[in-house]
Design a protein around this ligand. Structure first.
Ligand code: NDP
Ligand code: OXD
Length: 307
């Protein structure tokens, strides 16, 4: 039984060492040094080339090296026998909670604006923004943790998901028809959805037209959630008035992309919540042993739902 790390655009050596720290007896290969493909039954992936997982006849588990699995479902030729898993951990939830809360506070307190004033030598006190109503699109492992964090800081939080949620202090909306009601009064709309055929381009002009003037958009889900041209148009109308974006259709964001220099767009380079290699390794090895010993796997992805 052999585990393959298949992450063509990442350096995998840290992960290989972390896996060995958890279990020194593991047989690990790192793509492209795959050896005999028949040995491989567990593959850790990030952005593998479509179709390539069919080259492993004994493959039983495809493990995402991240919370998101859209990079796996991008492959139209996934081996049908394999189970898909992903990472779920408290560190990812904690980092995302701080990122979203920090972004909202930065905007409310105008901290980046004052930094820009400082650079221009301008003394210009302004009122703190008052809006405290947050709408979270996506109330999964990460979205729920963010909701609870924001509620504790005194924000008014509602959330939108497929199924209804019962979370203390949160107004829950669910299903397509409730999307408009969820975002209508929000000062901040935060996307923490997985990217699926149903959520692709969900941040489009139709949704923006339902926002209140001056609303702020935060996208930490995936770049594919956002219709980029629609955002540029909507920013002129002030709905939203500002966008904080951590994820992009093409990453790194191309040098000539209009978002780089847009005065109402603030960028971070997909760092809202970073996978901790040791925490990931512990989960991946645990699931590897679950597979080997015929036990149920943790954090299985629902293939029908695509997340
Ligand atoms: P989960 O799968 O746990 O949660 C997904 C949530 O989205 C659920 O609440 C689900 O509803 C909801 N949802 C899915 N499809 C729809 C739909 N069509 N309509 C309404 N609601 C829908 O995911 P996580 O919370 O673990 O992660 C969310 C995403 O965050 C990841 O997929 C990834 O893209 C992104 N991410 C970004 C990072 C970054 O650094 N920027 C880091 C980590 C993750 P229900 O609960 O009813 O099933
Ligand atoms: C993830 C991510 O999905 O890094 O974990 O975006």
């Amino acid at each position: 039984m052999t585990l393959l790390i298949f992450m063509p655009d990442r350096d995998s050596s840290d992960l290989a060492q972390a896996l060995i720290r958890v279990d020194s007896e593991l047989d690990i290969r790192i793509w492209p040094d795959v050896g005999d493909r028949d040995d491989i039954d567990y593959i850790i992936v990030w952005n593998h080339p479509p179709g390539s997982l069919n080259e492993y006849p004994g493959l039983r588990v495809i493990a995402s090296y991240g919370a998101g699995v859209d990079h796996i479902f991008n492959d139209p030729a996934l081996p049908s026998q394999a189970i898909i898993t992903r990472l779920v951990d408290d560190a990812l939830k904690g980092q995302m909670s701080e990122y979203i809360a920090g972004t909202i506070l930065n905007h409310r307190l105008r901290l980046t604006e004052y930094r820009e004033f400082q650079a221009a030598g301008v003394w210009s006190p302004k009122e703190t923004r008052r809006g405290k109503r947050i709408c979270l699109l996506g109330l999964g492992h990460i979205g729920q943790a963010v909701a609870e964090y924001l509620i504790r800081t005194g924000m008014t939080v509602c959330g939108w998901s497929q199924s209804p949620k019962d979370i203390d202090g949160l107004e829950s909306f669910h299903g397509d028809k409730a999307l408009e009601a969820a975002v209508r009064n929000a000062d901040y709309v935060v996307c923490l959805l997985p990217l699926t055929p149903d959520t692709k381009n969900i941040l489009d002009i139709s949704l923006f037209s339902k926002l209140k003037k001056g609303a702020c958009l935060i996208n930490a889900g995936r770049g594919g959630h956002l219709n980029e041209g629609d955002l540029l148009d909507a920013l002129y109308q002030g709905k939203p008035d500002t966008a904080f974006l951590d994820v992009f259709r093409t990453e790194p964001l191309p040098d000539d992309h209009p978002f780089w220099r847009h005065p109402k767009i603030y960028l971070t380079p997909h760092i809202a919540s970073l996978t901790d290699v040791d925490k990931a390794a512990a989960q991946l090895v645990e699931n590897y042993h679950n597979m080997k010993n015929g036990r149920p796997l943790n954090n299985r992805v629902n293939i029908q739902k695509g997340y």
